[in-house]
Design a protein around this ligand. Structure first.
Ligand code: UT7
Length: 323
């Protein structure tokens, strides 16, 4: 059977780093509160000339270099983002243009922090359906542009960045030993909209709006939702936590990562954590964490890797990949 195998990976971050202490004169907070409650120590913040499209393009070029490919080899670009450059056209099409591609097709996916997990699953189906052979899957965000910088309960949590994978069609045996995307579980439930949303949009206010979150409420649901979809993937693939080499979770809060890993029986040293470096970068969070763990040699060819994310909507999901 056809499998969607990871051929390359890359990432890109804005030049400017903002440390927790940099918030201390802006809102009533402290490095200690942010680090203790979230694990975050710093985040990257985009300058005016750094956008979701420019960061996405840089991550895509890095992934193509890593794969030994050029834009000519790509059929499809799926961009996960909730902070597009414009309401339309899709920022994926802008990235396609920036890469000099006049062939193939590109579109955005909007599932907030779960966007990358949704996008990998979607790209896998396009490859298995025969509509594409090589797909650039990108998560790129500039959440700094939708933050209320006077709201201490949200502005300290998020950051900007991008990560990308090249997925490629390859022949597999249809077993768990195959490389590539092996199983996935996606969920959404709109009854939770008011717990995490942006209070603007083209069809309502005509403005971009600002991020609003009832953090404690999101936290309360996160661990249960994350572990539910991962257990569903375990069942589909007929594996257990012991079979995993790496757990690459959404990077929103170290306490959520620790609690999810504990509930699933995944040892702490198998969880990839980058939240201290990047904060919550929404759809860019999972590919940024993956990039870090591939770059430092932790994730290697053949490793069994569980990706998961949970965010606004609510949306949540998990994907099992053999690297
Ligand atoms: O990516 C999408 C998914 N998003 C998430 O997963 C986020 C989930 N939520 C969280 O990570 C946590 O709930 C937060 C980090 C947002 C908050 O941590 P918490 O332990 O749930 O704190 P809390 O909301 O219960 O607030 C505790 C106190 C409050 O003061 P009172 O009411 O106890 O007097 C807040 O006003 O901390 C206060 N507080 C702050 N203090 C200093 C809230 N933000 C800050 C801040 N600095 N930045």
């Amino acid at each position: 059977m056809i499998r969607s195998v990871v051929r390359g990976i890359g990432s890109a971050l804005p030049r400017r780093i903002m440390k927790n202490a940099d918030f201390e004169g802006m809102v009533e907070t402290s490095d200690e509160w942010i680090a203790q409650r979230t694990g975050i120590r710093q985040r990257h913040i985009a300058a005016d000339d750094e956008t979701t499209a420019s960061l996405g393009e840089a991550a895509a070029r890095a992934a193509l270099d890593n794969a030994g490919l050029t834009p000519a080899d790509i059929d499809l670009i799926v961009l996960a983002t909730s902070t597009p450059n414009n309401t339309f056209p899709a920022t994926a099409v802008e990235i396609q243009n920036r890469l000099g591609m006049r062939h193939g097709f590109a579109f955005d996916m909007q599932a907030v922090c779960s966007g990358f997990v949704y996008a990998v699953t979607t790209a896998d189906l396009y490859i298995k359906g025969g509509l594409a052979k090589r797909v650039l899957v990108i998560g790129s965000e500039t959440f700094s542009r939708i933050l209320d910088w006077s709201d201490r309960s949200t502005c300290v949590l998020f950051g900007d960045g991008a990560g990308a994978l090249v997925l490629e069609a390859a022949e597999g045996q249809g077993t768990i030993a195959d490389r590539g995307v092996l199983a996935a579980s996606l969920r959404s439930d709109g009854t939770h909209k008011d717990k995490l949303y942006v209070d603007g949009g083209p069809s309502t206010t005509g403005t971009v709006g600002h991020l609003k979150m009832e953090g404690r409420e999101v936290f309360k649901h996160a661990v249960g939702m994350i572990t539910d979809v991962i257990e569903d993937v375990f069942t589909q693939a007929d594996i257990s936590a012991d079979d995993l080499d790496w757990f690459v979770p959404h990077q929103a809060n170290k306490r959520i990562i620790d609690a999810s890993a504990k509930k699933l029986g995944i040892p702490e040293d198998k969880a990839v954590v980058t939240v201290h470096l990047h904060g919550n970068t929404s759809a860019a969070s999972v590919p940024l964490a993956l990039s870090a763990a591939v770059a430092d040699g932790r994730i290697k060819k053949g490793d069994l890797v569980m990706l998961e994310a949970m965010g606004g909507g609510f949306t949540w999901g998990a994907v099992l990949v053999r690297w």
